[in-house]
Design a protein around this ligand. Structure first.
Ligand code: BG6
Length: 468
């Protein structure tokens, strides 16, 4: 008889999911919330959003949080990452605090804790208050200081109960989306400004960490990075190897190194010097970054990254610097694709990240803070009982967990696995095109129905793993 293979995880492993405040709350203009850059961008360019659905039409967590938190419990969550919307808590970005927001977040965290679900709370998930974007957003030092104040206010208000804080979700995305590749507001394409934005986010994160540690609230603070292991087209070709290395340095190490080790990669500095695009900084900034590194890391992993030596000359807009002068994106012809999102699915990537953390980042405690699969038109998979049979999602999770399990066996210090996300939610420019949830959402009625994967996830969590 064939012996079953077992994939069980360490005791106390976090099973849960991640969401973000802006993508789930709704109530975008209610109870004192002011516009974020998303509300504003949608108001001026609704055609940039799938089906012209904007950030006011989310899964309505602001009104449904009580039932949603009960659902989390039913789905086997022992932990859940959500966030605070800066533009709800402090409508002008700095200054007065909105008491209605304080009441709301207090209630959310209390409900989670009452049901034994550990809240992990993100302070910034792409959602700059418009008032602060108008004074320069992440390009501005005033905004760095405003973020530090906002973070301190959050720690003071909720830090007695929230024991795991995340300064930023994927800080490279506002750099890429807002300042390089035109998929976030303010839609700038300018490598020099992008570098300043990235630097200021890292500084803001370090300043928040410094403040948190000084307050001695007994919890931990970290950052969530979307780490994309970067592979060369041909592993034996020097040009391809160097291209992959450059892409890795710009989009992974540029954040991993300062956040975990407190220093920037030498090669990154060399690239920036070569192009005369170093950010404005002071010695004191570098000291703050060096002395205030994270306690834990969140790793979002959806897709690997691939690169080849440039084959075509990059036309630089008005001569402005772009990191792409050092590489060209490469699509592996044999890649398994998620055709709806256009992302490659490469399960071993999760293992390669774990090995990288063991070897190059002192095996810092980390967890998989997002992994998931967005699928279009899931109603195709409805069964007679009205349940979406999303076997592909169950397979997707298992395929990644096998590799994660192997890495843990080899010593990776991984604390948990979170799926993106528990209920179909609004996604930036894609709105509701691709559904990611363990629970489906009827956009018209706001009815929630657990998918097959939701039931399976509960078993996974109850058993702390699976056998097959
Ligand atoms: C992550 C983000 O990058 O990917 C989420 O933290 C996002 O905010 C998720 O929704 C899935 O990506 P998308 O663009 O398909 O929503």
């Amino acid at each position: 008889m064939n012996q079953k293979k077992e994939y069980y995880f360490p005791e106390g492993f976090w099973w849960g999911s991640a969401s973000s405040a802006a993508q789930s709350e709704g109530a975008a203009d209610r109870d004192g919330k002011s516009p974020s850059i998303w509300d504003y961008w949608y108001s001026i360019e609704p055609q940039r959003f799938h089906d012209q659905i904007g950030p006011q039409d989310t899964s309505g967590f602001y009104d449904h949080y009580k039932e949603d938190i009960k659902l989390l419990k039913e789905l086997g969550h022992n932990s859940f990452r959500t966030g605070i919307q800066w533009s709800r808590l402090i409508p002008d970005g700095q200054g007065e605090v909105n008491q209605k927001a304080v009441d709301f977040y207090n209630d959310v965290f209390n409900e989670l804790i009452a049901l034994g679900i550990e809240p992990i709370v993100t302070l910034y998930h792409f959602d700059m208050p418009l008032a602060l974007q108008q004074i320069g957003g992440w390009e501005s030092r005033e905004v760095v200081d405003a973020f530090t104040d906002y973070a301190k206010i959050c720690f003071e208000l909720f830090g007695d109960r929230v024991k795991f804080w995340v300064t930023f979700n994927e800080p490279v995305v506002p750099v890429e989306g807002g300042y390089l590749y035109d998929f976030h507001y303010p839609n700038v394409i300018d490598g020099r400004r992008a570098v300043q934005v990235g630097f200021n986010e890292i500084l803001a994160s370090a300043k928040a960490i410094e403040a948190y540690h000084k307050m001695e609230l007994g919890g931990k603070i970290g950052i969530v990075l979307n780490v994309r292991p970067t592979y060369p087209r041909d592993p034996d070709n020097q040009g391809d190897i160097e291209a992959a290395l450059a892409k890795d340095i710009f989009f992974n190490r540029s954040f991993l190194d300062p956040c975990v080790k407190g220093i920037f990669p030498k090669k990154l500095i060399k690239f920036l010097l070569e192009n005369e695009v170093l950010p404005e900084y002071s010695k004191q900034d570098l000291k703050i970054i060096r002395d205030n590194t994270i306690d834990f890391l969140g790793v979002n992993y959806y897709s690997p990254s691939r690169a080849k030596e440039r084959e075509t000359k990059l036309e630089l807009k008005e001569g402005l610097f772009m990191p792409d002068i050092y590489f060209e994106d490469y699509v592996w012809p044999e890649a398994k694709m998620n055709p709806y999102r256009g992302w490659e699915i490469y399960e071993k990537g999760i293992y390669d990240i774990c090995k990288d953390i063991i070897e190059n980042y002192d095996n810092i405690p980390f967890y998989i803070s997002e992994n998931g699969m967005g699928v279009e038109s899931e109603e195709r998979f409805l069964n007679e009982d009205g349940i979406i049979e999303d076997n592909y999602r169950i397979d997707f999770i298992k395929d990644h967990l096998r590799w994660l399990h192997k890495a843990i066996q080899e010593g990776a210090n991984c604390m948990g696995y979170h799926l993106w996300t528990f209920i179909d939610n609004w996604s930036w420019c894609n709105a509701y095109k691709n559904r990611y949830g363990l629970v489906s959402l009827d956009l018209d009625t706001q009815k929630r129905t657990v998918k097959k994967s939701g039931r399976w996830f509960k078993e996974l969590s109850d058993n702390n793993g699976f056998a097959e």
